[in-house]
Ligand binder design. Sequence first.
Ligand code: ADP
Ligand code: MG
Length: 330
Amino acid sequence: MSDHEQMSAALPPADRRVANRSRSRTRVRYGEGHLIVCDNLVKIYKVAELEVVALQGLDLLVEESEMLAIVGASGSGKSTLLNILGGLDVPSAGRAVVAGHDLGQLSGRERTRYRRSAIGFVWQQTARNLLPYLDAVQNVELPLLLDGVGGGERRQRATELLERVGLADRAHHRPQALSGGEQQRVAIAVALANKPRLLLADEPTGELDTTTSEEIFELLRRLNSELGTTIVIVTHDPLVSEQVQRTVAIRDGRTSSETLRRSQQAETGEHEMVAEEFAVLDRAGRLQLPRAHVEALGLERRVRLRLEHDHITIRPDVPHSQPEGGDADG
Ligand code: ADP
Ligand code: MG
């Protein structure tokens, strides 16, 4: 941090204010107050002689009660990230902290406890989420049983959860007697049984048709707002990612951009959702410019950076080039 202080001392007062503000936001206690903190997270799989770098220095912060979508091409590291957050896999380097649990430091026993009490998991494969020989309510009771919750309370809580996901009338059906969408609803109830702070879902609608997918997402959104459970959903369905307030894109094992959505009053008086895409600034200050911006200004190799009062301009390294307004939106 000393180089930062030197730099800010050399800046005029307004710039120093900006620099100090940014330091207090990003440098001090990275991620404090967040439910999920991934700091330079690395995961390397070794298969025979080969090393596959599935995550290469991923940074991610998620607030409590947020509902977040993670998108990215196949093989970009989405499932790896979810498996680490869910305590099913361990980081090779870097840090992953969920609700104060440093996931790289847990013993086997602590990890099991963490998985059972802090996390709910919903998989894409409906069959992986439920035991085929138990009916819906018994499936929901199972995690409670493992947690030592007594019979009466167990049944009551499981029944309430099935009501919450809209399946009160299917309580005594086994999975094979339920549709794919119904099975995922039961899976969500199972995942919520132990009141986890974090629900992780890896392509939960991957095997469902569009209408059913929309219903499942509607349900997840409702649960997120009713229960306040933080939800992280991996998906490659762009429609799905349009339904959440924040979408994080992963590329080659790193977060590359984020899209935020908020509702805004249109001129007609109606509310409309507006989406804005942001580049992700990593902890070392690295930033990936969108390809379209780079091409539009013909940026190459070197750019001119200038710190202004409340923004930074990026200009091509060409003396006569003076683009109007340095802002990168357009
Ligand atoms: P996504 O879910 O985004 O499709 P994954 O996280 O499954 O991506 O995979 C990221 C990379 O890590 C891929 O190259 C994949 O082949 C590799 N990988 C994932 N899991 C394993 C594993 N258990 N063993 C070896 N390589 C793996
Ligand atoms: Mg995957």
